[in-house]
Design a protein around this ligand. Structure first.
Ligand SMILES: Cc1ncc(C[n+]2csc(CCOP(=O)(O)OP(=O)(O)O)c2C)c(N)n1
Ligand SMILES: [Mg+2]
Length: 1027
């Protein structure tokens, strides 16, 4: 980099004064140009751009710049490097006469400076996206302080704008960018200036008078659209956007388009009015004030369908959801209306959900493209934005299953509220998935219903960024702010957004700046908290009325036709309402967002209620084991340490045993071979946090060359996806849940780095995983792998909080189920919670996820020290055909041989088993104490636990756990073990006492506690006389 380029990088000119951003004249007029030249402030950015373009190719820039850069590079000081550009009167005298001379022309500086100033002015319009908006903070006179500035007085169609302008102390119709700021005088307005290549305002003209330049910039940037894009560091993308918004006359619509737009506005508006008329006291979170959301979404869908998209997956919260269901997805109106009838009986199992949370799936013909399109709206909880990553995961899965590697056939649209978009961290986490190879959906269109209020809270109290959309800047997504009271402008930005996605396959945001006509819901009084704003809103003419007046005046439609169109839609609503009265039963199944064709019977039931053996053949075990121990690519150098690990695997295979990693390999590999896609995602999941897995091998000599042996199992196998995720739990777990939603024929696993960290994804666990089926009749077979266990690593890396998962299980502690434990119990539960103590059982439980005839979430507390524990290995014999997952593993040692001698049964789960058996051996108590492992905690194996307690009639019953008493499993298992004995035998506790933290930070204390709990577990007198 030479001096010139460094000199060019100067600080920006933008200044912020009292919240109002203005452009200040910073050029020092009296300084000699040669000494302190124009290369300053805002102009420096422009010059820098020019310079880089010139470096690429001198023809990229105007001749005058070419000369300047040559002179500057030849050593001339910047002021002397200029020569006057050719005259701009349209009759070029030919640039050939210009020569590169240093400092030869008088007064050229003024001309160049004026050009630079004009170019800075153009850039300022582009940078400051001044289609500019207002916020309630400026609407409310009691908060005259303008916390969110950038007020353009051009964008004056909304009455608030004028209000806010006055409140903020501006007189309307004053240009923010007064020419004086740039050193340009009134007299310069009629001078002609050459336009830079970074603007399209000229159309076919290369030069324009300044007055016209300003007029066209105002047309492009100061009407009802404000474009934020100059932060995008890609010239092609910036040029693309400029062209879309600056080219004169871009925003023109055919008569047909205007008619369609009006019809859509009518449907949107009259739908809300109809609901209001019929059910005035029901909450529906209406769209009033942002009715143009409906044509916005429809425009995006039309455009996307035209460019080949076949499936659109949408996520949204409460606001306008019923309207979207009715008018975008086209759910039958009677199905919506009947939901307002409180007398409907629920037909499906489960607790159901309120109408504005339910999902939906619909395939229909798109009238504009004449192509079929599938639209789905994913069911969601109240938790705002929680559905975002779920939608992305489902979209990714649908792309994956149809081989759509570029997102040309499947896409997602996310609709947000302004307060939630700014406030909820999951929005940021989801944005950060957008460009990761295993998580990208190749561009999401985000639409923000920016009604400038969140419940009762003003933006100035709700966010610290100027716009609610600023979070999108982190991924360089362009942001199109648009006045939602101008349906044509809305339609235009939606077209551009769809084209953007189709061209660049990147996220884009549409900020629909609107208002909320009513309170947060229809029962709510907004005047309590925003009195002046709502006084203004009451006076505001509805957007449909305004738009209808406009198009009638333009002759697009006659008043009579307009009235007819309204009457026609009202009639459709009335008729549907009549039909809805015949609906007596509410079928939540009609509201499924992800049907699984062929997986269930036509009645939606599992095809059987049995599960085949989950074992596999000796040959398959050997084959997969050998793959796991090999490097299937040639000339691939792996790390020496890894060679040793693979060799160890090879030895295990020859000895017919598995460790934990190999057991997992066997499960994944065998499913893949049978055509089941397996996807494992999580932080550092490829290698495994504990360096045991190594599913991705890295060539030690070639950068980024990798090998995934799991994809070399069989030529017809399903693909294996293993991916290190971004450092997010909420986002990534939501994503994987969405992925698992798309098809029952995939094993989708999310692994936490340590089990502790699942709680930053608590919302996905509570709102979707544990309760999703009950609320939305939607099954999901996602697997959570949560490393858990007290290894003396301190409070933070010890507990996946089993107590919390168990507390959310729906099985009744006091009821001994009557039949078919192995499968029926699984079918009835909300999720399965296991803690496997050996690799074979882990292998079986993973395979059971797919071989059982329904889908349930599976929570697995996975081990850490057991990954390498010599005893925690399984023989191939335990994985052969005919073998199954063991819900409990009974004692099979001396105690079992003579059960009447057994004085105590210790029930336990997980790794404490190995500590207990070692201690038992040391104490010589193998025949007096039986240790029984409960591998499936929930649903609880009542039948097998009963069999064990019956088998040892003279034994007392002890639950032993390493976790603290108020944590772990104790509270869950105790009443259930009691139920197995009809509450005739007490269940004693051997374990750590209650504590606030999951574990001590002191290693010595940890060991002492462990010894103490083992002592009480084997002290046969410990509980005598304590009843
Ligand atoms: C995570 C979460 N926190 C709080 C709420 C309660 N809540 C429901 S709607 C709402 C305001 C949302 O404002 P905004 O996102 O602007 O949407 P709007 O209702 O204005 O369309 C709040 C705080 C919620 N549903 N979810
Ligand atoms: Mg809002």
């Amino acid at each position: 980099m030479n001096n010139t380029a460094q000199t060019l990088a100067q600080p920006r000119l933008l200044a912020i004064e009292g919240g109002l951003r203005t452009f200040q004249p910073v050029r020092r007029q009296n300084t000699s140009v040669a000494a302190e030249p124009f290369l300053n402030g805002t102009s420096s950015n422009y010059v820098e751009e020019m310079y880089y373009a010139w470096l690429e190719n001198p023809r990229n820039v105007h001749k005058s710049w070419d000369i300047f850069f040559r002179n500057a590079n030849a050593g001339a000081p910047p002021g002397a490097a200029y020569q006057s550009p050719p005259p701009l009167n349209g009759t070029s005298q030919g640039l050939a006469s210009f020569q590169t001379l240093v400092g030869a022309q008088p007064n050229v500086e003024k001309l160049v400076e004026d050009h630079l100033a004009v170019q800075s002015l153009i850039r300022a319009y582009q940078v400051n996206h001044n289609g500019v908006f207002f916020t309630p903070s400026v609407i409310s006179p009691c908060s005259v302080s303008v916390s969110f500035p950038l007020i353009s007085h051009h964008n004056a169609d909304l009455i608030f704008l004028r209000v806010c302008a006055c409140l903020a102390g501006f007189s309307p119709h004053v240009t923010v960018f007064t020419t004086g700021f740039y050193g340009l005088a009134e007299s310069d307005l009629d001078k002609v200036f050459r336009l830079p290549t970074t603007t399209f305002i000229g159309g076919n003209e290369g030069a324009l008078p300044l007055r016209e330049i300003i007029r066209r910039l105002e047309m492009a940037y100061c009407q009802h659209i404000g474009v934020e894009f100059m932060f995008i560091n890609d010239v092609e993308q910036c040029q693309w956007i400029r062209q879309k918004f600056e080219t004169p006359g871009v925003m023109q619509f055919s008569l047909e388009e205007k008619r369609t737009l009006l019809a859509r506005m009518i449907r949107s508006t009259r739908f809300e009015e109809f609901l209001q008329r019929k059910w005035s006291s029901e909450k529906r979170f209406g769209l009033e004030g942002c009715e143009s959301l409906i044509p916005a979404l429809k425009t995006i869908i039309d455009m996307s369908s035209q460019s080949g998209v076949e499936s659109v997956i949408m996520g949204m919260s409460h606001r306008g959801r019923l309207n979207v269901l009715a008018n975008v997805i086209r759910k039958e109106l009677e199905q919506i209306f009947c939901q307002f009838d409180s007398k409907l009986e629920a037909a499906d199992e489960g607790s159901g959900d309120v109408k504005y949370h339910l999902g939906m799936y619909h395939k229909r013909m798109n009238r504009v493209s004449d192509k079929l399109i599938t639209l789905s709206l994913v069911a969601n909880p109240s938790h705002l934005e929680a559905v975002d990553p779920v939608v992305q995961g489902k979209t990714k899965a649908e792309q994956f299953y149809c081989g759509d590697t570029e997102g040309k056939r499947v896409m997602s649209i996310l609709i947000h509220g302004d307060a939630a978009f700014a406030g909820q961290g999951i929005v940021y986490e989801t944005f950060h998935l957008s460009d990761l190879p295993s998580y990208t959906t190749h561009g999401t269109i985000h639409v923000v219903v920016n009604n400038q209020i969140g419940f009762t809270t003003d933006p100035r109290m709700a966010r610290s960024s100027p716009y609610p959309t600023d979070v999108a800047r982190v991924v360089n997504a362009p942001i199109f702010h648009v006045n939602a009271d101008d349906p044509e402008a809305v339609m235009y930005v939606c077209k551009v957004a769809a084209e953007w996605r189709n061209t660049f396959h990147k996220d884009v945001v549409i900020d629909l700046v609107c208002y909320r006509r009513n309170g947060h819901n229809e029962m709510d009084e907004p005047m309590f908290t925003q009195p002046l704003m709502y006084k203004q809103i009451k006076k505001q003419k509805g957007v449909l009325q305004k738009f209808a007046e406009k198009v009638i005046a333009e002759g697009v439609i006659t008043p009579h036709e307009y009235e007819e169109e309204i009457a026609q839609y009202d009639k459709i609503c009335e008729e549907a309402h009549t039909r809805s009265k015949d609906e007596k039963i509410l079928h939540i199944k009609h509201w499924l967002d992800s049907p699984w064709p062929g997986f269930f019977t036509l009645e939606g039931q599992p095809k059987s209620l049995s599960c085949p053996s989950t074992g596999i053949s000796e040959e398959e075990l050997g084959h997969i084991g050998n793959i796991a121990a090999s490097v299937p690519l040639e000339d691939f150098t792996i790390h020496g340490g890894l060679s040793r690990i693979l060799k160890g695997r090879g030895n295990m295979v020859s000895q017919r045993v598995c460790d934990w990693a190999l057991g997992e390999y066997m499960a994944f590999g065998s499913l893949l071979k049978d055509g089941i896609h397996v996807r494992l995602s999580g932080q550092d999941a490829e290698r495994g946090t504990f360096s045991h897995r190594h599913h991705v091998l890295h060539d030690q000599n070639v950068d980024k060359r990798i090998c995934i042996p799991m994809n070399h199992i069989s030529p017809n196998q399903a693909p294996y996806t293993v991916c290190n995720s971004s450092l997010s739990e909420y986002g990534v777990l939501g994503f994987e849940l969405g992925f698992a939603m798309a098809s029952p024929n995939a094993l989708v696993l999310w692994e936490a780095q340590f089990g502790d960290f699942h709680n930053t994804a608590q919302c996905i666990i509570d709102q979707f995983i544990s309760s999703g089926q009950a609320k939305w009749v939607r099954q999901n077979g996602i697997v959570l792998l949560l490393p858990h266990g007290m290894e003396g690593m301190g409070p933070e890396h010890s507990s996946a909080r089993p107590e919390r998962f168990l507390q959310m299980c729906n099985d009744d502690p006091d009821v001994f189920p009557v039949k078919d434990f192995a499968v029926r119990q699984l079918y009835d539960c909300n999720w399965i919670v296991v803690n496997c103590s050996n690799p074979a059982n882990y292998f079986h439980v993973l395979r059971r996820q797919i071989l059982q005839p329904f889908r349930k979430p599976l929570i697995v507390f996975t081990p850490k020290s057991l990954l390498r524990h010599p005893e925690a290995k399984s023989s191939f014999d335990d994985m052969l055909p005919g073998t199954h997952f063991k819900r409990i593993i009974p004692d099979d040692g001396p105690a079992a041989a003579s059960p009447e001698k057994v004085k105590r049964i210790i029930f336990c789960t997980g790794k404490i088993y190995y500590e207990l058996t070692r201690e038992r051996k040391n104490r010589g108590m193998d025949d007096s104490v039986a240790v029984v492992r409960i591998e499936q905690l929930s649903p609880f194996p009542f039948d097998l636990v009963k069999a064990e307690s019956d088998r040892f009639p003279n034994a007392d019953l002890v639950w032993c756990q390493e976790e603290h008493k108020n944590q772990g499993y104790y509270d869950y298992v105790r009443p259930r073990i009691r139920t197995t004995t009809n509450r005739t035998r007490p269940v004693w506790y051997a374990g750590r006492g209650p504590a606030a933290a999951p574990a001590t930070g002191n290693k010595q204390t940890h060991l002492t506690e462990l010894q103490r709990l083992l002592d009480s577990a084997f002290d046969l007198e410990a509980f005598s006389g304590k009843l």
